[in-house]
Design a protein around this ligand. Structure first.
Ligand code: WQD
Length: 339
């Protein structure tokens, strides 16, 4: 079976391509390489021994999307990662985010709605919950007013898919709401490659530890948590990638009998504070991390971690890696990339 992975050279996309190939799927990648590099293809091929088909173009070019689906009529499913994803940048440049993240989704759905049957997995995010009223967060938690245009594109994206599925019964879709993906493939052949100064915690930690960054700033220790720092649900990117494969298999086997659109949280179900992440990293890297406490970062929620019961029971999926495993793989990757 041939699966299209948009953004398949990105962090989560590349790890998902590996897991799809491991399960015997044929993979076609579309990536505009705005936040990734064709070298990632070599890493994927080194791990699986199979080079995915790769087409480099921007999904905002509607005619190219149409031509692609004319050329690849045998696509059985689409996993859609391609999107802009920097929260801060989205505040500065909202129109870039609304155009890129929504027009590309619409063009893909227009192509899929015309097929007799189509399976679609959407890369969503726990940001749709904002600061949830109850923890751990279930899929029924109310979607809050988005804290950023990026988060809003995920909320609107889910609504576009839901409304399309309502009228196109040939379309089977799942939105996966990621918590905090971290780590790298154990082979260290692929991993996270943030461009410029990392916005996220774990790449900033590994770049500080390797000497690329002077010091990590911990954004606030006056939150109402055990040690005053924010709590997140850090999930190994390979566990997250595997969740996409089981979700796709659910759609292909039409096991989602009572509806053609579902939402699943994808996390470990465990929350860790920033200081706990630092302590775990110091343990796995066997070195002290240089950090200081600074003021809070605007837009941060105090705590977010998943109730994963629905994915555990209905997808038969559960995250396996511990925080130590994930940070150890992130550190191994950082050392490999800088070697
Ligand atoms: C985690 C914690 C920071 C950097 C974002 C997106 C989300 C998803 C994952 C795409 C927070 C603290 C961070 C630093 C710090 N991306 N921190 N110093 O904000 O939970 O989620 O990435 O889907 O949509 O919003 O992740 O890694 O930026 O922050 O203290 O230099 O680490 O305050 O508490 P976040 P993060």
């Amino acid at each position: 079976m041939k699966i299209l992975v948009t953004g398949g050279l990105g962090f989560i996309g590349s790890h998902t391509v590996v897991e799809l190939q491991n399960e015997g799927f044929e993979v076609v990648i579309i990536d505009n390489c705005s936040n990734s590099s064709p070298e990632v293809l070599q890493g994927i091929t080194k791990i699986t021994g199979k080079e995915p088909i790769f087409e480099q173009f921007d999904l905002r070019e509607k005619s190219k999307v149409q031509d692609f689906f004319k050329k690849h009529q045998d696509i059985s499913g689409v996993i859609h990662f391609a999107a802009s994803k920097a929260v801060g940048e989205s505040v500065e440049n909202p129109l870039l985010y609304y155009e890129n993240n929504l027009s590309t989704l619409i063009y893909l759905l227009q192509e899929l709605s015309g097929k007799t049957s189509a399976n679609f997995i959407f890369s969503s995010s726990c940001t749709v919950y904002g600061q949830a009223d109850e923890l751990p967060i279930t899929e029924n938690a109310p979607v809050k007013v988005a804290e950023s245009p990026y988060g809003n594109t995920k909320q609107i994206g889910e609504e576009i898919i839901r409304d399309t599925c309502n009228v196109s019964k040939n379309l089977n879709a799942i939105s996966l709401r990621y918590f905090n993906p971290i780590g790298a493939h154990p082979s260290a052949e692929i991993g996270e490659l943030p461009i410029g100064v990392p916005q996220n915690l774990v790449p900033y930690i590994t770049q500080t530890a390797i000497g690329l960054r002077e010091q990590l700033s911990v954004f606030g220790d006056d939150y109402p948590t055990s040690d005053g720092t924010c709590i997140r649900d850090y999930i190994h990117v390979v566990d997250l990638a595997k969740a996409h494969v089981v979700a796709l298999q659910r759609l292909i086997s039409s096991n989602n009998t009572n509806t053609n659109y579902e939402v699943f949280n994808v996390g470990t179900g465990t929350g860790s504070t920033v200081l706990e992440v630092i302590q775990s990293f110091e343990k796995v890297s066997n070195q002290k991390l240089n950090y200081k406490i600074v003021g809070r970062r605007e837009g941060d929620v105090t705590a977010a971690f998943a109730n994963t019961q629905k994915a555990n029971e209905e997808l038969g999926w559960k995250a396996k890696s511990t925080l130590d495993d994930s940070l150890g793989s992130a550190w191994k990757w950082e050392q490999k990339v800088r070697s």
